[in-house]
Design a protein around this ligand. Structure first.
Ligand code: IVH
Length: 706
């Protein structure tokens, strides 16, 4: 058996050593592809799983940690290397059209928006959508002063030196009607021929090949050494503009033509179309031309030609109303499904991943595809050994479209989705919505407190502000401690100080820590070894058990011991005729079937019960004191809306509940009081309509006595 298929818990020490070496090499290779070549080879989830496995093995065999271990490079993304370059105007993206109807709808929408009747012409341009990376070229007085990547659309990276190595991008523009300031936009891409040569050279130099021309272009443009970019033949088509002191014409087509006159390269296929039929004809023509072009295109872009129309149409959520990308259909290929891997996400969701015999789909080698969930596997009847049709569109994760049933080997059996979490062995359950009777499509690991795949997120929740709220132990520290194997489950937090005393590398000797800070942390942890019951329940991170519900449970059960024993009984009641705890819980105002189901699942898992009893040995949970039963607001239903300025919303809510009020999120006739801060809108209006008493934050503070 290969070491990589052995569960962490079952690895022998020599196997673990081999496995750590393998993981270090594999993760390093992925990091390089991701950070230096802009071409991740695997989905994020798969990459995370590798790092996690590495961390788990190191936690079991700390002595085997390698000097080049990936865990010593947590978050080792390269420092920001390029200067930031804010764009004069945002760089927009495009909406997509996937079929002829979408295109017709697009034109009809524009006509409606502009109030054009059928008799009036609506001219649009059609041009190929280049599959590269966009760039913004800022020319001032005809000179390229700054060239930038798109970045987040508002601020990009300054890659001027690299852009100047591209022969399609002149340093100086000259010609008619050239404005003093203009941002020219377009696509940087690599031709197929140049891509092939580049990859040959890469391989000859013992370096990995690029996945496709787009990734090669992106990676080449973001080289810190522009000498490297210069050796990578990039090209550029200009197709749009941003900030401009003036534009040289009043149509899209003529402005782009003017760009050409100034010395920029434009796409020769761009043309005007008089109506939807002509747009679709252009689409068909470009589709037919596509295999003969020396660059990748992934659709056709249509733009309203008249700039006054563009102006009137404006933009919605970062895409112009006057343009659309008509995408080519996703590319497909056939291959064999070799295995189905089950990955456990950070929230405990079990996700099936198809392991494919590598196949090229649209120029990219694909070896993994998503299978979504177990129903999807059953619906498509996907079996290991099947020949399947794989589809890939743009940068999305490849999908399995269907199975070729006639090519199924006789030995192929229906896939059995695991019922136990592959990461920790806890039960994996599909929730049933008790009111609708519907079963969730996602199967989740129920071992929340101990499952290594979920551990980090759970630990972060455990120490978060509304839970244990330990000073100096935030998300960052939790992550670091997890990777170092110091804290793997909540109870480890409270044994940290004791273990540290006898340890070879005490915390105070670790990077970023000193005697003072380590002692402060231990003191902060010790201070939290006494905690209120609602916080304790909330900290467990049970699905649907938020602060409110935790408080309701605390109030009902009073002590941790009573709560836990009731929950164990609840779990034992599942499937029984008599369900007293069940009924008690449902009788609590504010607790419904979803919470009940979540509690059942959580407390049915022995791993969770064990962890809770560990915790209760280390932490003293206070009895819940019913306060404020006689307060002015006890029994009242209160809604908070708008901004509170003196206390947080959570604080106000907690206080109201502590005083015996019920806090609701919606205003209705049953609402007794609305506390409205600045910015309150519809809820305040509704309260006024319903004649519900309304006060502001100061009024609220007065009411509860400060
Ligand atoms: S126009 C205001 N034209 O597609 C509209 N974009 O999906 C700006 N692209 O970010 C874009 N070829 O990187 C336009 N002929 C073309 C294009 C094109 C490729 C890219 C561009 C844009 C993305 C939007």
């Amino acid at each position: 058996m290969k070491t990589q298929s052995i569960e962490v818990a079952a690895l022998t020490e020599p196997q673990a050593e081999v496995e750590l070496a393998r993981l270090a090499a594999e993760i390093k290779a992925h990091d390089e592809r991701y950070y230096q070549q802009d071409k991740p080879a695997v989905p994020d989830a798969e990459y995370d799983a590798l790092r996690l496995r590495n961390a788990e093995i190191e936690a079991r065999f700390p002595q085997l940690r390698r000097p080049d271990s990936p865990s010593l490079r947590v978050g080792a993304a390269p420092a920001e290397a390029f200067e930031k370059a804010p764009h004069g105007q945002p760089m927009l993206s495009l909406d997509n059209a996937f079929d002829e109807q979408d295109v017709a709808d697009f034109c009809a929408r524009i006509r409606r928006f502009l109030g054009l009747d059928q008799a009036e012409p609506l001219v649009l341009t059609a041009e190929p959508k280049i599959d590269g990376v966009s760039a913004n070229l800022r020319y001032e007085k005809g000179r390229l002063v700054r060239g930038a990547t798109r970045g987040d659309g508002l601020v990009g990276e300054n890659v001027t030196a690299n852009l100047l190595t591209i022969s399609d991008i002149p340093e100086f523009l000259a010609g008619d009607r050239l404005p003093d300031v203009i941002e020219v936009r377009g696509e940087v891409y690599m031709s197929h021929a140049d891509f092939a040569v580049l990859n040959e050279n890469q391989l000859a130099a013992g370096k990995p090949a690029f996945m496709n021309p787009r990734n090669a272009a992106a990676g080449s443009l973001r080289q810190l050494d522009s000498g490297i970019t210069a050796a990578r033949p990039l090209r550029f088509f200009a197709y749009a503009w941003g900030e401009a002191q003036s534009v040289p014409a009043d149509t899209q087509m003529d402005v782009i033509q003017a760009f050409s006159g100034w010395g920029l390269t434009i796409n020769p296929l761009m043309r005007r179309c008089a109506d939807v039929a002509e747009l679709l004809a252009a689409y068909s023509e470009f589709t037919a031309l596509r295999p003969t072009l020396d660059y990748d295109i992934d659709g056709v872009v249509y733009k309203v030609d008249r700039l006054d129309y563009q102006q009137r149409l404006g933009t919605v959520s970062r895409a112009p109303r006057w343009a659309i990308a008509h995408k080519f259909p996703a590319e497909q290929a056939q291959t064999v499904l070799e295995d189905i891997d089950i990955q456990v996400g950070r929230t405990g969701a079990l996700t099936p991943v198809a392991k494919l015999r590598p196949v090229t789909v649209g120029g990219v080698v694909v070896s993994n595809a998503t299978l979504h969930n177990e129903d999807e596997i059953a619906r498509k009847d996907v079996r290991i050994g099947d020949t399947v049709v794989v589809q890939r569109a743009g940068d999305v994760i490849p999908q399995i479209v269907r199975v070729l049933a006639d090519q199924r080997p006789e030995t192929a059996v229906p896939f059995q989705f695991p019922q136990l979490c592959p990461a920790c062995g806890s039960h994996a359950e599909r929730e049933t919505n008790k009111s609708t009777g519907k079963t969730d499509v996602v199967r989740r690991c129920s071992g929340g407190l101990i499952c290594p795949a979920q551990a980090v997120e759970r630990l972060k929740h455990f120490v978060s502000r509304d839970a244990f709220d330990i000073d100096g132990l935030g998300s960052k520290q939790v992550e670091a401690f997890y990777v170092l194997g110091l804290v793997q489950r909540p109870s480890d937090i409270f044994t940290l100080a004791a273990r540290d005393k006898g340890s070879l590398t005490p915390l105070s000797k670790r990077e970023g820590w000193g005697t003072q800070s380590a002692n402060n942390l231990f003191a902060a942890i010790a201070a939290r070894q006494q905690i209120e019951l609602p916080r304790f329940i909330y900290a467990l991170g049970i699905r649907y058990v938020g602060q409110m519900t935790a408080r309701l449970l605390a109030k009902h059960f009073g002590t941790a011991v009573k709560f836990v024993s009731a929950m164990q009984q609840l779990a034992a009641e599942v499937g029984q005729e008599e369900q007293p705890v069940h009924e008690t819980l449902l009788a609590i105002d504010g607790i419904g079937p979803a919470v009940l189901g979540a509690l059942e699942i959580f407390f049915s898992e022995p791993h969770n019960r064990e962890e809770i009893s560990e915790l209760l040995k280390l932490v003293e949970v206070g009895e819940f004191i019913q306060s404020g039963q006689q307060s002015t607001i006890s029994g009242k239903t209160i809604v908070f809306t708008g901004k509170l300025e003196k206390v947080t919303r959570n604080e106000a809510k907690a206080k109201a509940e502590a005083l015996g009020a019920k806090v609701s999120s919606a205003v209705s006739a049953k609402t007794d009081l609305v506390v409205a801060g600045p910015g309150a809108g519809s809820k305040l209006k509704k309260a006024q309509e319903l004649d519900v008493e309304t006060i502001d934050e100061d009024g609220w503070l007065d009411l509860i006595g400060g």
